[in-house]
Design a binder for this molecule. Structure first.
Ligand SMILES: Nc1ncnc2c1ncn2[C@@H]1O[C@H](COP(=O)(O)OP(=O)(O)OP(=O)(O)O)[C@@H](O)[C@H]1O
Ligand SMILES: [Mg+2]
Length: 278
């Protein structure tokens, strides 16, 4: 593991998967038998992403090593432009990498054909985009069900109802995105990512447009996805309180992982943000 790399392993998964994570430089006890997450849910080695050329060249990610343990909620923090969205997009196979390797479980995604990658994304990954990416001509319900329908699957009605109910979208299902507020669009984007019960949910500022009550509901839902349904969540946030819902927080700056906190509280996260000036 490169300096600055972070390993987030799931070695204490017995009680809902909220375990202590171990940095690469700490001694590693053997995982308990039957522990989930011996293989990280997603990982990258030497992940480098360069945009543009010449004067416009930007190194968005610079040799990032990271492993997201299965059954854990990881928050990614860092200043604007530090590479958070790029990291999420590269991990989910939504963007190509300039160098390095990205794996979902054991699968090296660069070795997949476009079709295999699309199928894997549909079956195993949910993505909540910073900019929502809703289809403007479809209603909220159609947007929510779209990934399932594309995959040829029928929505599980009771599960969809629970998702829609928790996100308070019942009254808005027949509206198109331009008829919804920013917060409502964000909740539709969250529902779309959750409704197929993916193994991994990548969430880019999922509470960025929500008031604190709606934000807490979304965060509580992501927390339940991990604790009750054993999904893995990787969430970008600027909000220390949102980060406190996570099991671990990693901090990005200038395309590098510069720090991490386990079992974060909002105060710990704020202290670390000040210390790092991220
Ligand atoms: N498509 C692109 N073309 C060129 N540069 C890009 C592109 N996407 C991102 N960048 C650059 O890469 C860097 C990292 O961007 P990224 O969107 O990952 O940041 P971020 O940490 O998510 O920021 P924010 O908190 O504002 O969302 C920035 O300097 C950005 O300008
Ligand atoms: Mg971003």
């Amino acid at each position: 593991m490169e300096p600055g790399g972070v390993e987030v392993t799931d070695l204490d998964a017995g009680e809902g998967g909220i375990g202590s994570a171990l940095a690469g430089d700490e001694p590693s006890p053997p995982p308990p038998s039957g522990a989930r997450g011996a293989t990280p849910a997603a990982s990258a080695v030497g992940l480098t992403k360069v945009y543009g050329k010449g004067n416009t060249r930007v190194i968005a990610l610079d040799h990032v090593d990271v492993a997201f343990g299965a059954g854990r909620l990881t928050a990614i923090m860092g200043p604007s432009g530090s590479g958070k969205s790029t990291l999420l997009h590269c991990m989910a196979g939504l963007d190509t990498v300039t160098a390095g390797e990205v794996r979902i479980g054991d699968t090296l995604i660069s070795e997949l054909s476009d079709r295999e990658l699309t199928l894997m994304r549909r079956k195993r990954l949910g993505f909540i985009f910073q900019s929502f990416n809703l289809v403007p001509t479809l209603t909220a319900r159609e947007n929510i069900e779209l990934p399932l329908l594309l995959g040829g699957n029928r929505p599980d009605q009771s599960w969809e109802h629970e998702v829609v109910d928790t996100l308070a979208l019942d009254e808005r299902l027949t509206h198109r995105p331009d008829e919804l507020s920013g917060g409502q669009q964000q909740r539709v984007a969250v529902a779309r990512a959750l409704v197929s019960r993916p193994d991994i949910i990548f969430a880019d500022e999922p509470t960025g447009n929500l008031d604190s009550r709606s934000g807490d509901e979304v965060l509580g839902f992501l927390r339940r996805a991990v604790d009750e349904w054993h999904q893995t969540v990787v969430m970008v946030t600027h909000d220390a309180r949102a980060a406190s819902f996570a099991d671990i927080v990693i901090f990005l700056r200038d395309g590098h992982i510069v720090d991490r906190i386990e079992s974060p509280t909002a105060d710990l996260v704020l202290d670390r943000i000040r210390a790092l000036e991220v």
